[in-house]
Design a protein around this ligand. Sequence first.
Ligand SMILES: NC(=O)c1ccc[n+]([C@@H]2O[C@H](COP(=O)([O-])OP(=O)(O)OC[C@H]3O[C@@H](n4cnc5c(N)ncnc54)[C@H](OP(=O)(O)O)[C@@H]3O)[C@@H](O)[C@H]2O)c1
Ligand SMILES: [Zn+2]
Length: 398
Amino acid sequence: MWAESDVQFLDRASRLAMNGRGWVEPNPMVGCVIVKNDRIIGEGFHSRFGSPHAEPTALSGCTESPNGATAYVTLEPCCHTHKKTPPCVPLLIEHRIARVVIGCVDPNPQVNGNGIRQLKQAGIEVDLAPTLVEARFKQLISPFILRTLYDRPYVTMKWAQTSDGKVAGHEGMRLKITDEPANRLVHWLRTRSDAIVVGINTVLNDDPSLTVRGVDVIRHPERIILDRKLRTPTTSQLVRTALLTPTVVVTSLTAPSAHFEPLVEKGVRVVWPPAEREDLLQAALRAGEYVKKNYTHVLIEPGPTLASAVFRAGICDRLWVFESPQTLDDPSAPRASTIPPWFELSGQLRIGQDLLYEYLNTQSPAYFTHYPSVDFLLTSENHSSGVDFSDSRPKTDD
Ligand SMILES: NC(=O)c1ccc[n+]([C@@H]2O[C@H](COP(=O)([O-])OP(=O)(O)OC[C@H]3O[C@@H](n4cnc5c(N)ncnc54)[C@H](OP(=O)(O)O)[C@@H]3O)[C@@H](O)[C@H]2O)c1
Ligand SMILES: [Zn+2]
């Protein structure tokens, strides 16, 4: 039977799972703790895509026999074959685990309750976390839930603004808003994303490179430009480096065809949505399919125009707003887009001299609880000031 003390071991398993962030995708992060006589005797997490699951790692590292122990797993143990690693349910049975406590059910149709059924058939006591606790474990794997059940990546939108809500300088001129610690955090998030999306005006104005710099590199995300009229300059940084880090331009069928060849010659992949069926944003989220790769995490770094379009399209799951202490006080400087009221402030954190606000989209199928996202929790661990859940919103509106 589920007991309150189960939460602490599941929480420990959850923290272990988070060590896999950035490495395990498109798989979910999973952690496992083996407990005997109220003591942890083994721990493990899924550390890399294709590497052993959390359960075998925890079982193989046990300091004493797991016979009769309880296994705490953040996600229902797998029972399906024809994948990179053997199923975990038979392993738990083999090691004579007496009880399995599960954070949440696996949404993968090949598992989805079958793991629990097989464990019970083997005489193992199985307890699933109660709904309110389960929500936190769903949140832990929300990108996996989106990929599995909704066929789309988890979308984060991020922008920087001054304390008076400006996202660029005088008449839209490029402006350095945040300080080094916040900039590094953006690079940390980029290397945990599969693709970065920007609007064409940002390319024309700022000529960004959107590469990963100054942090440990997990991957270099593909760079995607939304550009209906194919105005992306062949001299831009994103085009000049396309052979080193893939650059994709999502355009429309009506774009001038003469602009197509020069971009392709530089190694840019130019794609467009199937006529009338999808808009450019949807095509961007699917751009990985052209190279047989489904994105799990997509990061959008928008100007106000793209940000508003993303809010309207309802595809943003999480928003990170960095706010600097500087005030611009310039009416010609563009303002940040208005954050819809159904975006709930889930945390705020000081990063150097700047503030990070995290909002979760309560209307997203990836929203399960008001707790901050894994990335926010990891960030708060890395910055000493701790998590603040207070309800003050940055000033983005008039
Ligand atoms: N502070 C920050 O974090 C930050 C981040 C990025 C940019 N900025 C600043 O923001 C300014 C640029 O912002 P912006 O609002 O003018 O432009 P933007 O958001 O960078 O780009 C918007 C343009 O993208 C194209 N686009 C293609 N598909 C779209 C879609 N589905 N939805 C929306 N746009 C789509 C449109 O041009 P076409 O119709 O020609 O395709 C649209 O005008 C610059 O000054 C830049 O410095 C600040
Ligand atoms: Zn498994």
